[in-house]
Design a binder for this molecule. Structure first.
Ligand code: NAD
Length: 296
């Protein structure tokens, strides 16, 4: 057997607030492979997430192959829009969802991880978050502020995370993000600058692979996933249509399962993928290779 073995490794999965999205599926697959998991959760979603766990509403999703429940070493508050707490505006600092959670910036996350686990304590970082306040607007109608907010949270945050968490990562470590094909082909309705943010994320994956490879000895890859009706995707407003369209036009017609992305992520983070960095890996049932729709 050639196993995906992540035992003894610690993963930090950023962008988990329920059990429906890719981040959760990735966390679970990595836990199944033996990794210890901590997550970063957006403060506005943090209480709901903690409640879901506490009330057992996620037990079914958390159930592992061995019968136990997926557990998290730590659940950190994280707003990836801010590199330091000083960058957060007054209305955020005083907001009821933020004011009692402590330092929710990327620098705050680094401080907490260092305090909890020490230097050189992380092997895997997963960036599974995105946000665009104007996602329902076409690119043409997106404001400068909306466009920059999409780029800031959905793309620049990866640069900041690699820069700040890189020193905490052990050599051979792996950073992974999630992208979408709207970066390279037009997906009408995927607006607000999100297509631009994904294009930046994919380009940054290549440059960060080079820079962080040389500086920290870590790998940086991104998975281009097919559509999944997660909470974030439902905000786009056309996700059901995207899923249906893909089912009708992908080489493999079954709807993409989050678990399939989780398994690919576990492989990419494992020593089996030690030669892979700077790549965009499609986990989309083959849709990216199509040139003509079979349905009109
Ligand atoms: N669902 C899809 O169809 C699809 C397809 C391809 C790629 N992706 C990508 O997968 C990743 C995960 O998304 P998902 O669809 O699984 O949905 P999801 O809702 O599970 O994950 C998105 C997470 O981002 C968090 N978030 C939003 N703003 C944040 C901020 N400022 N700071 C920190 N966290 C923040 C949300 O709370 C949420 O937990 C995203 O990068 C998304 O673009 C999704």
């Amino acid at each position: 057997m050639l196993p995906i073995d992540l035992s003894g490794k610690r993963a930090l999965v950023l962008g988990v607030a329920d059990d429906a999205g890719f981040g959760f599926a990735i966390a679970k697959a990595m836990a199944e492979a033996g990794a210890a998991i901590s997550v970063g959760t957006w403060p506005p979603a943090l209480n709901i997430f903690l409640n879901l766990i506490e009330r057992g509403k996620m037990d079914e999703g958390r159930r592992m192959r061995d019968g136990g429940l997926l557990s998290f070493e730590k659940i950190y508050p994280l707003d990836a829009a801010y590199d330091t707490l000083g960058d957060a505006p007054a209305d955020i600092l005083t907001n009821k969802r933020y004011k009692d959670v402590g330092d929710f910036s990327i620098a705050g996350l680094v401080d907490r991880v260092t305090a909890d686990f020490g230097q050189k304590s992380i092997d895997i970082v997963v960036h599974s978050l995105a946000n665009a306040p104007e996602v329902k607007k076409s690119l043409l109608e997106t404001s400068r502020a909306g466009y920059l907010a999409a780029l800031s949270v959905s793309a620049y945050s990866l640069v900041s995370v690699v820069n700040r968490l890189g020193p905490l990562m052990r050599s051979g470590g792996s950073v992974l993000s999630l992208t979408y094909m709207a970066s390279e082909r037009v997906i009408p309705g995927y607006g607000g600058g999100m297509s631009s943010a994904k294009a930046a994320l994919e380009s940054d994956t290549r440059v960060l692979a080079w820079e962080a490879g040389r500086k920290f000895g870590i790998r940086v890859n991104t998975i281009s996933a097919g559509p999944l009706a997660s909470r974030a995707a439902s905000a786009i407003g056309i996700i059901e249509r995207m899923v249906e369209y893909c089912a009708a036009n992908t080489p493999l017609p079954e709807a993409l399962q989050a678990e399939e992305v989780g398994n690919a992520a576990a492989f990419l983070a494992s020593p089996l993928a030690s030669g892979i960095t700077g790549t965009t890996l499609y986990v989309d049932k083959g849709y990216h290779s199509m040139g003509m729709a079979t349905t009109l």
